[in-house]
Design a protein around this ligand. Structure first.
Ligand code: MN
Length: 497
């Protein structure tokens, strides 16, 4: 029984590899499978399954991202250094420096030791690390690893996913901690990398272990509603298909219910009023080109009346994590309200796999790392965290800068800058350049003079009035949101005292 499950995963993995990799590369993958099997020989997981099921499953998840063969090999070997007698030198000799360094980074991520200078009250490295400190350190390590090689994060997230899938086999006191960590740290990171599918899976696998009652309640509330809406959406989908065919637009139309944890969060916001969750099930229209996206939007609006303020064009202005789609919410008959999401195949792939999707669409056949620019924000955060002195501040600024909702604003030249929600012209100035922040004397928003504490809105065009003798004020600390601005203001105003 177990044997066949193992064979099945291995077969699926090799099938995928055969589609993507050269003959040489496949031989290396097969060698890594044998190596891992041998290293984890006779070891069982808590579930009673042979251990090798785990690295194989992690490698399978990673291979579905269509990355390079080294990442797949490193996923197969990711637990060998930590859990077996294998050393990094062995890996380097057998699979080269690239694989060895990936495994080394993944191994480091799972060894959370804390920096003593930050937590002077903790004397021993062996005592249980308090949750907050643990989270800070996990976050920091993830950031550092990401800034060096984002492939490490894909392996780590796949590792988390598979561990969550088999969480019920662990003792109950461990379950909650692991699930909570997945929701609070790993899922937001996946989200920030634009990996919607993985983010949703990390959350939904953890949800029942963290809020068991709420999960059960939500399901009993939502399942009948979903069934009811599905019937109606089947009808709408057919009507739309006929309409698009008539207009010579090739399309794939489907619908899928919102993920559980995401629905849970939304309902908390809307006082548990399911009626207000228009995207409980959204209709997804996938077309061949950007032009078709807009054509479909027009056709939908010609049949159903849109709700004011609910048309969102993330094609023209993508979300900071790269997400692109056009959303519109319309009144259908019998007072029903439906959300449509329109996108191309490429945008769809980006929406599910985020930054990882850059490999597949790289020119030519050889896989390429994402462009430097795609990773710039990771680099910025990495540099920033080195300057921050206390762990409380690090968590605060990370939550703010990395995970909270962000807005996009423009420079007068039309460059897009993304800032955390609540940011002001001073934050903007420092984000563009330290010098611009330090010499900021006033600002214009959309061409009109605005005070420096004005809260910026999505799409604002922000112009900073610079004066050579201007200086930052300590007062600015009352309204600035970003760490980049606050640390500069503190530095300079302290000097003036
Ligand atoms: Mn593992």
């Amino acid at each position: 029984m177990e044997k066949s499950k193992l064979e099945q995963i291995e077969k699926e993995l090799l099938n995928l590899c055969e589609k993507e990799f050269s003959k040489d590369e496949i031989i290396k993958v097969k060698r890594a499978i044998d190596f891992a099997k041998n290293a984890h020989k006779d070891v069982l997981r808590q579930s009673g399954e042979p251990y090798i099921i785990h690295p194989l499953s992690v490698a399978l998840k990673v291979s579905k991202l269509h990355l390079d063969h080294q990442t797949v090999i490193a996923a197969l070997l990711h637990d060998t250094v930590e859990d077996t007698t294998t050393t990094l030198v062995d890996l380097k000799k057998n699979f080269g420096p690239d694989v060895a360094s990936l495994v080394e980074s993944v191994t480091k991520l799972s060894n959370i030791k804390i920096k003593k200078s930050w937590f002077p009250l903790i004397r021993s490295e062996t005592i249980e690390i308090p949750e907050f400190e643990r989270q800070v350190e996990t976050l920091r390590k993830m950031l550092i690893a990401m800034s060096r090689d984002v492939r490490v994060i894909f392996i780590k997230l796949a590792d988390k996913l598979h561990n969550l899938e088999t969480l019920s086999h662990l003792p109950s006191e461990k379950r909650e901690r692991i699930a909570k960590e997945a929701i609070e740290i790993y899922a937001p990171i996946a989200g920030r990398l634009g990996m919607g599918e993985w983010r949703g899976n990390l959350e939904d696998l953890s949800f029942p272990f963290v809020h068991e009652e709420a999960y059960k309640k939500l399901r009993s509330l939502a399942v009948p509603e979903i069934k009811e809406r599905e019937k109606y959406l089947t009808k709408i989908t057919k009507e739309l298909k006929v309409l698009l065919d008539k207009n010579d637009i090739n399309s794939t139309i489907n619908f899928r219910a919102k993920k559980w944890y995401s629905l849970y969060r939304k309902l908390l916001k809307y006082n548990n009023d399911m009626e207000k969750v228009y995207d409980l099930i959204a209709i997804r229209v996938i077309v061949e080109s950007v032009e078709d996206c807009y054509a479909v939007l027009g056709l939908i609006h010609s049949v159903w009346r849109p709700l004011v303020g609910r048309i969102k064009d993330y094609v023209a202005i993508p979300k900071p994590n790269g997400y692109q789609s056009i959303h519109t919410t319309v009144f259908a008959d019998q007072g029903r309200i439906i959300e449509f999401q329109i996108r191309t195949e490429k945008m769809h792939h980006q929406a599910e796999f985020g930054i990882a999707s850059h490999w597949i669409y790289a020119e030519g056949k050889t896989a390429k790392l994402p462009k430097k620019n795609d990773l710039k924000w990771i680099d910025d955060f990495y540099k920033m965290q080195k300057k921050i002195s206390s762990p409380e501040e690090l968590v605060k600024s990370l939550r703010m800068d990395l995970f909270e909702d962000r807005i996009f604003v423009f420079t007068p030249q039309g460059d897009v800058k993304d800032l955390p929600f609540g940011a002001t012209p001073v934050d903007f100035a420092y984000y563009v350049h330290t010098d611009l922040g330090n010499k900021c004397a006033g600002s214009k928003i959309n061409g009109k003079i605005a005070t420096l504490d004005t809260i910026l809105q999505n799409g604002d065009i922000v112009e900073i009035i610079k004066r050579e003798n201007a200086k930052p004020h300590a007062d600015w600390l009352k309204f600035t949101k970003t760490d980049i601005a606050r640390s500069q203001i503190k530095k300079i105003t302290h000097r003036q005292l």
